[in-house]
Design a protein around this ligand. Structure first.
Ligand SMILES: *[C@@H]1O[C@H](CO)[C@@H](O)[C@H](O)[C@H]1NC(C)=O
Ligand SMILES: *[C@@H]1O[C@H](CO)[C@@H](O)[C@H](O)[C@H]1NC(C)=O
Ligand SMILES: *[C@@H]1O[C@H](CO)[C@@H](O)[C@H](O)[C@H]1NC(C)=O
Ligand SMILES: *[C@@H]1O[C@H](CO)[C@@H](O)[C@H](O)[C@H]1NC(C)=O
Length: 647
């Protein structure tokens, strides 16, 4: 905030304000038809807005695979941003083209809500449609019965909406309280419904592959665009939860616990028979080709890198959630459960995590605690507790966080070699498979556990394994250029803050969240393999590697060498920040939840095939003029100024 003006400078500012006002006034008088609104603006006001400064510099002119991946990501991103609808007419037409249905009842009001809250993209909600798709194969009354029956089920809390209000319920807890608050902001737009909220960290619904395929086939047959669809929900439907009534008994969710068991033993039934999880003939090398670059092993398909049907065989015994989850209560039935995240084999309905709605200082970004890129350290930073799965003296090596802390530990890595790419001159790269990373990690990594947690009988077996480090809050973390985000028990709540920050987020995960389709790997963040076998390849690319810095090696003096790509890292960090300010705001969470509950409201409506918005969108032409869309995201990279002769 601007403080009061210093007393002695007041006259100066008064004169300045008068001058600026009269210039504006003169402009207004004489130039109104020749100028646009942008002229009537005080200089440098954008200093006080949240926009991201341009990044000045040039991409390295070389053939590194990461350069290709960034260019490809930008190409896809441009197609995405240029392809967005910028009017209600176009939005409804696009909805019908994409899903073969009318938008749900109340879509017009949702659109106005989203536009007033400055949604940048009103098309990108396919996660919602995708999550709900199989339920088109289940009769609406049956879904309502299930949701009603689940209201007080194990690990579930219910939210009931009646007459545009949330019904008071004796159940509380931070998740359900947060959810109620969020829904309260939009409840006036929603029909009566029961929501079954998962209050466990882990996702719950895992339908076998063949059954899901059958549901999806049925869904495709139910698509239609009736021209006389009613833009309203059906009032007074039965089978909503009623205290004391007996519908609960008709629905048995058949929960069973797989806590502590190998997740893939169950998950593979939900995979395509041709996928690596169910096809023993595929080797790890075959699988790697599905999502890693042939040179360097960088993630080329982030969705596949977190798809358990693809990476499950390799990761099944190397990730806490898959190896020894502390709790995991699932069902094989298709039932409507709302969860904050899921893995690729789940049928849970995703909503924006409650964590993001909390004003928790551990997860909320504040730009006052951030630094400019040039003032940040060339460091990769991670802090966390030993969460992920139940740990015993002889199993913790199978946990993902423990593996990460190991692979970044310079003492442990002193005698190990890893594979990286090394520059051969003229901008070409080749694999250098015997890099000793000890010194590099000593110089650049600041990684460690802050405490041990979740061990049986206690965590004393870690006493000689780790050195616990001091926790760092965001203001400390943002001093590092590179911030790693890896899973805990579940998805990681820090990711939004990392995306908003001026540091570069590097992410490895198996969890899916509401925002996945809007975050482009290699444009908004750097994807990392859950095995971390690309970690040193990534970090030597960004930080560079000087031949002198490598350990003495009698056979190679020049190699390995890589120029640094600090500029590339800064560009991705700036692009992520700018985009997060448009697409990961609190408003965006509300906008997502609102549309999700409209879609859910339709799918549980007995009349669902004949309701929806069937107009052409022209009613909102005037509205669209009043609330123009924000301009396309501009290119943040500016070339450096030309060199002068003397230089
Ligand atoms: C694996 O290979 C064997 C022998 O070639 C073949 O009989 C079998 O059908 C293959 N399995 C799958 C799942 O493709
Ligand atoms: C990426 O992987 C996903 C999941 O395995 C797959 O559906 C998709 O087609 C792949 N994308 C590309 C471009 O190969
Ligand atoms: C932790 O467990 C070990 C092995 O069972 C035991 O010897 C030790 O006393 C325990 N330590 C604490 C602090 O309870
Ligand atoms: C790194 O490994 C060494 C040797 O195992 C261990 O003593 C040290 O505590 C580890 N460092 C951290 C930060 O965990």
């Amino acid at each position: 905030m601007l403080g009061p003006f210093p007393r002695n400078r007041r006259p100066f500012y008064l004169v300045l304000v008068c001058a600026v006002s009269s210039i504006c006034f003169i402009n207004l008088l004489f130039l109104t038809y020749a100028i646009d609104n942008s002229v009537i603006r005080l200089p440098n006001l954008n200093l006080f807005t949240a926009t991201t400064n341009p990044v000045i510099g040039e991409y390295a002119n070389d053939e590194h695979p990461i350069g290709h991946l960034m260019r490809e990501a930008n190409r896809q991103w441009l197609a995405y941003d240029n392809g967005r609808s910028t009017s209600f007419r176009r939005t409804v037409a696009k909805y019908r083209e994409t899903y073969g249905r009318h938008p749900p009842p109340g879509f017009k009001e949702w659109y106005m809500f989203a536009r007033k809250k400055k949604a940048h993209n009103v098309d990108d909600f396919q996660q919602i449609t995708g999550d709900l798709r199989p339920f088109w194969a289940v009769p609406p009354a049956e879904i309502r019965q299930m949701a009603a029956g689940l209201q007080f089920s194990d690990g579930i809390a219910g939210v009931q909406i009646r007459n545009k209000k949330i019904v008071n319920s004796p159940v509380d807890g931070w998740r359900i309280d947060t959810m109620r608050k969020s829904i309260n902001r939009i409840v006036q737009y929603l029909p009566d419904m029961d929501i079954a909220l998962n209050i466990m960290d882990q996702p719950r619904v895992m339908v076998p592959f063949e059954a899901t395929q059958e549901y999806l086939r049925t869904e495709a047959l139910t698509r239609s665009l009736p021209s006389d669809a009613q833009d309203g929900f059906t009032p007074g439907m039965d089978y909503l939860y009623k205290k004391g009534s007996s519908i609960e008994e008709h629905v048995n969710p058949s929960w069973f616990s797989i806590a502590g068991k190998l997740y893939m033993d169950f998950a593979k039934e939900s995979c395509d028979p041709h996928s690596p999880a169910r096809n023993d003939n595929l080797t790890i090398e075959d699988t790697d080709k599905l999502y890693k670059s042939p040179s360097g092993g960088f993630v080329t398909n982030f969705t596949a890198s977190s798809d358990l049907c693809t990476v499950g065989p390799v990761l099944g015994e190397n990730h806490g959630f898959l190896f020894s989850a502390s709790s995991n209560l699932i069902t094989r039935k298709l039932i409507p459960v709302f969860s904050e995240c899921k893995v690729s084999v789940n049928n849970d309905i995703i909503f924006p995590a409650n964590m993001y709605f909390l004003d928790d200082k551990r997860y909320v970004y504040n730009s006052r605690h951030d630094y400019e890129w040039k003032d940040k350290a060339d460091t990769l930073l991670w802090r966390g507790v030993t969460s992920g799965g139940v740990q015993l003296a002889d199993n913790w090596q199978h946990m993902h966080r423990q593996r990460f802390v190991h692979v970044t530990n310079n003492t442990e890595m002193r005698s190990e070699t890893v594979s990286i790419l090394s520059e051969t001159g003229s901008g070409q790269y080749r694999t250098y498979s015997s890099f000793y990373p000890g010194k590099f990690s000593l110089d650049h990594f600041d990684v460690g556990f802050i405490e041990a947690w979740g061990c049986i009988p206690n965590c004393s077996f870690y006493d000689d394994v780790w050195t616990y480090k001091k926790p760092k809050d965001f203001s400390e973390q943002f001093k590092a250029k590179y911030l790693v985000d890896i899973d805990g028990h579940s998805f990681s709540g820090r990711w939004r803050a990392f995306q908003l920050s001026k540091s570069l987020g590097i992410k490895a995960t198996i969890f899916r969240e509401w925002h996945d389709s809007r975050l482009f790997p290699w444009r908004h963040f750097v994807p990392m393999d859950n095995r971390y076998d690309d970690l040193y390849g990534l970090m030597t690319y960004f930080l560079g590697l000087d031949p002198q810095a490598s350990p003495v090696d009698a056979f190679s003096v020049i190699e390995p060498y890589i120029q640094n790509h600090d500029f590339e890292a800064e560009v991705i960090a700036a692009q992520s920040r700018e985009w997060a300010q448009h697409a990961l705001r609190n408003e965006d969470l509300d906008i997502y939840l609102y549309l999700l509950l409209l879609e859910y409201g339709r799918i549980i409506d007995d009349n669902r095939d004949n309701i929806g918005y069937s107009g052409d969108g022209s009613e909102l032409d005037h509205f669209d003029d009043q609330y123009p869309f924000s301009p396309a995201i501009r290119d943040i990279v500016n070339p450096p100024p030309p060199l002068t002769d003397e230089q």
